[in-house]
Ligand binder design. Structure first.
Ligand SMILES: Cc1ncc(C[n+]2csc(CCOP(=O)(O)OP(=O)(O)O)c2C)c(N)n1
Ligand SMILES: [Mg+2]
Length: 364
């Protein structure tokens, strides 16, 4: 278990129903990702597949501390956070398979999609750290409008060494933005161990440099993760400004499915799997300390398996992307006539005749 600032598994204000919900979200995250692995191996997934195996407690525990109207910016290890915030397995499966009825209709991959109207998760961009200033801006609007809303942004250990992270946290701190920054310290940024890209021993200590609280928590203890995030969310909502949370966890798979993780020893991965799996640890607590019957958890597992099966069938039956549709909604101008290319001035259509050869072939 990690060296943390919090009491391991400190009891929180959660009800018995909440505790089972946390279990269900973690199980759903893992089962859905395992299904995505199967689909990836069948070459049905377009693009990369990024696992959060072993990090589900961090994602689910933190997102569960948010309200529906709060904003959240997930990253590639935050499938669990997105599910908690209202993304559905069907949307996720369609998106990974780049189906024509997926949330971005094939324009983006994996969990790069958002919903800022209703469920309030902000579509992620790949540039590490850049969502921190974006979320600082979003939460600044909450404060300026007098809305009691909070934002939460996830970054990895690697992202804390970017300029964008520094600027974003500093701006949020100075402006007292209602922002919670969750750093998922999973030991690696691609193949680079944390100690080789940051000389600070504890990333939570970076908070002091910005004049905000920095706290380190055991990210594989879903209840501790929830309790620490809930406290930070409450502080932000009450006008107390940002908090930096460093969640200690471990990436048990490669950066993505294509990465065989050869730079990590099999022993270390096995050690984390055997002694520090967030779901196994939570099951032990639920059935021990909280007296939940194992059969109740098995019933949840069975319902989750059915839910993922049904969503998979629907997603597989979804239509592929529609070629001409790719011209719509990427830039501000709509493509008014499929078959014609538009560039720059939307009032002027570029015909096939005028189209430079370097633009490639249009087969829509
Ligand atoms: C600014 C920037 N540099 C490099 C990359 C390429 N890249 C994508 S993910 C990644 C590693 C991210 O590590 P970390 O922030 O620890 O998150 P994790 O994948 O461990 O969750 C890198 C280097 C990028 N997307 N953006
Ligand atoms: Mg990392």
């Amino acid at each position: 278990m990690a060296d943390t600032d919090t009491t391991p598994g400190a009891p929180s204000a959660l009800t018995a129903e909440d505790r089972l919900a946390l279990y269900r979200w973690m199980r759903l995250t893992r089962t859905l990702e395992e299904r995505l692995v199967a689909l990836y191996r069948q070459t049905k997934v377009v693009g990369g597949l990024f696992r959060s195996l072993g990090q589900e407690g961090c994602a689910v525990g933190s997102a569960y501390a948010l309200q529906r109207t709060d904003a959240m910016s997930p990253l590639i290890r935050n499938l669990g956070s997105m599910l908690v915030k209202g993304a559905t397995p069907l949307e996720v499966l369609r998106q990974y398979m780049a189906k024509g009825d997926s949330p971005t209709r094939g324009r983006e991959l994996n969990i790069h999609f958002g919903d800022v109207q209703d469920r309030h998760f902000v579509g992620q961009i790949s540039h590490l750290g850049d969502m921190v200033p974006v979320m600082a801006g979003i939460t600044l609007t909450f404060r300026l409008r007098g809305e009691a809303r909070v934002g939460l942004v996830y970054v990895g250990d690697g992202a804390t060494s970017t300029g964008a992270f520094h600027e974003g946290v500093n701006f949020a701190a100075v402006q007292r933005c209602p922002l919670v920054v969750v750093v998922e310290n999973n030991g690696y940024a691609y193949s680079t161990p944390t100690a080789q890209q940051c000389a600070a021993e504890r990333l939570a200590d970076k908070g002091a440099g910005y004049g905000i609280p920095g706290v380190r928590v055991d990210g594989n203890d879903v209840l501790a993760m929830h309790a620490v995030t809930a406290e930070a969310v409450a502080r932000a909502r009450a006008g107390g400004g940002p908090t930096l949370i460093e969640a200690m966890t471990f990436r048990r798979k490669g950066h993505a499915e294509h990465d065989n993780q050869s730079y990590v020893t099999a022993e270390e991965i096995a050690h984390w799997a055997e002694t520090n799996d967030p779901i196994d640890r939570y099951v032990a607590r639920l059935t021990g300390e909280f007296g939940v019957a194992a059969a109740d958890l098995e019933a949840i597992d069975a319902a989750v398996a059915v839910e993922v099966d049904e969503a998979t069938d629907l997603a597989e039956a979804s239509p592929p992307c529609d070629g001409p549709d790719a011209l719509v909604g990427v830039y501000a101008e709509p493509a008014r006539m499929p078959g014609l290319w538009y560039r720059g001035d939307a009032s002027r259509a570029v015909t096939e005749h005028e189209r430079p050869a370097s633009w490639g072939t249009h087969d829509g």
